[in-house]
Design a protein around this ligand. Sequence first.
Ligand SMILES: Cc1cc2nc3c(=O)[nH]c(=O)nc-3n(C[C@H](O)[C@H](O)[C@H](O)COP(=O)(O)OP(=O)(O)OC[C@H]3O[C@@H](n4cnc5c(N)ncnc54)[C@H](O)[C@@H]3O)c2cc1C
Length: 311
Amino acid sequence: MSLTCNPHDTLPDALRKQLARCFDANALLLSPAQRLSYGYDNSRQFAMPAAVLLPHETAQVLELVRACRAHGIPIIARGRGTNTTGATVPLHGGVVVSFERMNRLLRMAPEDRLAVVEPGLLNGDLQQAAKPHALFWPPDPTSAAYSSVGGNIACNAGGPRAVKYGACRDNVLGLAAVTGAGDLIRCGGATSKAASGYDFTRFIVGSEGTLALIVEATLALRPLPDARRALRALYADVESAAAAVARLMAQAHTPSMLEFMDGECVRLAREIGGADIPAAGALLMIEADGDASTVDIAVAALERAACGPGL
Ligand SMILES: Cc1cc2nc3c(=O)[nH]c(=O)nc-3n(C[C@H](O)[C@H](O)[C@H](O)COP(=O)(O)OP(=O)(O)OC[C@H]3O[C@@H](n4cnc5c(N)ncnc54)[C@H](O)[C@@H]3O)c2cc1C
């Protein structure tokens, strides 16, 4: 773990007093012991935040941004800290705002195939809530069970099924966000065609907390497929697997998952992970989804496309 010193690891006295007046001790963490666990993420880097805010509503986020802006103190958004890049580590000090308490599912609208959520809702909890309606939200990074929707959106997370359903940018209809100027903006809407005006929704998705703090998201849900069937194809080398990917994407049945492993990954999966797969120069995991009566047709088409030199 690396340690970083920064000029903003303590708050100016006036700001500290202002924040203490606005937020109770349950929401504003000031003691070193409380701040410590918000100084790192999955990157194993560490830098101590000057303060941590755990807001439970948008009004608190607005208040924080306006106060920090007046004092020139940076703010770092945090979902669940699962990113591996140090994106939530306050390397330049400042206040970490963790959205873990803004985790409500505000609206589930199966008839409109959408959900409105707060940013701290876990992706896995959203999927559980959508499932009884036979719906799902396509972005499914492998960290879905313990990463937040806000963090997913800020990273434009995808996951194995992005090949068919797209990443967050393709599955977010609208956002409410607090800008660095301390304004609440709303962009996008509840419809899949919102053609008027600038597309700020797509601009904010993937901006990793640098443009605005996401405080609400309207998400496009998709019908949960009846059936999923997976294939595993082993190739002599990476070139053969790459040629198979080109054949798979050139035919009509879009795979719902297409994951690639090179020979070294295959070796590690066998030798370290204990996976029961033969040695190979490359591997593709291919999945088809859809209606139970047609998924076999898609699988057969994918199987034909996967076959070729080097298989
Ligand atoms: C085991 C594992 C597997 C993964 N697999 C995939 C994968 O298959 N595909 C893929 O695309 N990604 C994958 N990821 C990365 C994944 O996308 C991120 O870990 C996840 O999206 C981050 O969510 P989080 O809640 O932990 O956010 P954090 O890590 O806390 O934050 C991530 C970024 O979002 C910003 N942020 C968080 N909340 C907000 C907010 N409300 N407003 C503005 N900015 C905000 C932060 O400032 C930071 O820049 C994987 C990660 C792990 C650990």
